[in-house]
Design a protein around this ligand. Structure first.
Ligand code: NAD
Ligand code: K
Ligand code: MN
Length: 348
């Protein structure tokens, strides 16, 4: 391929500070990837306040027709209902059927080549659960009554399960832990659990997951174990909300949300995205950690098969963390976003 067309959707807050850093890191890869061509696309709260729409049709259209992949920053979604507003990232995942959110959480070992203490992947279902956002408010005998639909389907559970088994099978430990709360939610989480468990015996799968060990853990005790003995986990597969919460918790284990990348993956599109949000507490100060976004670019490139470029980004990021000289304040450093980016670029 001659060119790599990358849609850039920085969106709000620190997204506008870290996505340009990821762009610069991609450009620095030179001939290790096809020549990148960037398309600046709009979405987010600011887009909504300006144009009355959080996810313009043009953005969806451009992603579908003119992009090979994309990088999303972070959106500032208000905590109060705003008429006409709906989170563009949740919508994008559905629009492009990016049904898996893959979130590796890996600590950096003191020396290159050593085994990290934490080395796990959260595989989060990305299209349903409570994120179908079917909420209703009524007034009844108890005053206001709010209800939400939590949708779990066999189809979505099966395909996320298959994705999780694929990832587990590709890793040395080949261990998959299914996260659920079936002891209470036996119908919804029960369906998720049983469907994922049944993946290896699907006729079309034909024994390829035979080497994968399946464990399961209730979501609350999974968080507990994550903090006490993170090394017991390899790949964790979870419904949408549990996966969201678990991966932020796992981020704390390795030092900062500003380090954790993800990709939103579907069968025909891939979108890198740092796990963190728009961080209004530090936005505009130039001190956001760009490493999660640079790692998200690496993950995206890896999924597209550009292993060499992805490896170079990961090695440079790990080295910057290992040296510990140029870190942003979330990692107890005093450096700015652009100084950390420069440190990465020097190593590329
Ligand atoms: P957040 O992830 O934005 O921030 C949590 C904490 O982590 C803050 O103290 C922040 O300063 C810190 N942090 C996060 N990323 C960092 C980085 N790269 N470098 C340094 N520090 C970093 O979560 P929040 O505060 O709960 O949410 C803020 C806003 O972000 C909300 O409007 C929420 O809706 C939105 N959000 C968006 C996404 C997304 O775009 N997918 C995800 C989560 C939250
Ligand atoms: K984000
Ligand atoms: Mn989250």
């Amino acid at each position: 391929r001659q060119k790599l067309r990358i849609g850039l959707i920085p969106a709000d807050g620190i997204g506008k500070e870290v996505i340009p850093a990821a762009k610069a890191a991609i450009i620095a890869l030179g001939s290790d990837i096809p020549k990148p061509e960037f398309l600046d696309l709009m979405a987010g709260w600011e887009t909504f306040t300006r144009y009355g729409v959080a996810l313009p049709e043009e953005t969806i259209h451009a992603l579908r027709s003119d992009c090979d992949c994309a990088l999303f920053g972070s959106v500032s979604s208000p905590s109060k209902k705003v008429v006409g507003y709906s989170s563009p990232i949740v919508a994008l995942r559905k629009e492009l059927d990016l049904y898996a959110n893959i979130r590796p959480v890996v600590s950096v070992a003191p020396q290159a080549g050593q085994q990290p203490d934490v080395d796990l992947v959260v595989v989060r279902e990305n299209t349903e659960c409570l994120y179908v956002k079917q909420e209703i408010l009524e007034t009844g005998a108890n005053g206001k009554e709010a209800r939400a639909t939590r949708l779990i389907t066999e189809r979505a559970s099966r395909r996320i399960g298959q994705m999780a088994f694929d990832i587990a099978a590709s890793r040395p430990r080949k261990l998959l832990t299914i996260i659920h709360k079936s002891n209470v939610l036996s119908v919804t989480d029960g369906l998720f659990r049983e469907t994922v468990r049944a993946v290896p015996s699907l006729p079309e799968v034909g024994g390829i997951y035979d080497g994968v060990t399946i464990n399961e853990q209730l979501v609350d005790s999974a968080v507990y174990r994550l903090f006490r003995e993170p090394q017991v986990f390899d790949v964790m597969v979870a419904p949408n909300l549990y996966g969201d919460i678990l991966s932020d918790a796992a981020a704390a284990l390795v030092g900062s949300l500003g380090l954790i990348p993800s990709v939103n993956a579907g069968d025909d599109f891939i979108m890198g995205e740092p796990v963190h949000g728009s961080a209004p507490d530090i936005a505009g100060q130039g001190i956001a950690n760009p490493l999660a976004s640079i790692r998200s670019a690496a993950l995206m490139l890896r999924h597209l098969g550009y292993t060499k470029g992805a490896d170079r980004l990961d090695v440079a990021v790990d080295q910057v963390i290992r040296e510990g000289q140029t870190l942003t304040p979330d990692l107890k450093g005093t450096s700015t976003t652009s100084e950390v980016l420069d440190a990465v670029l020097r190593l590329l």
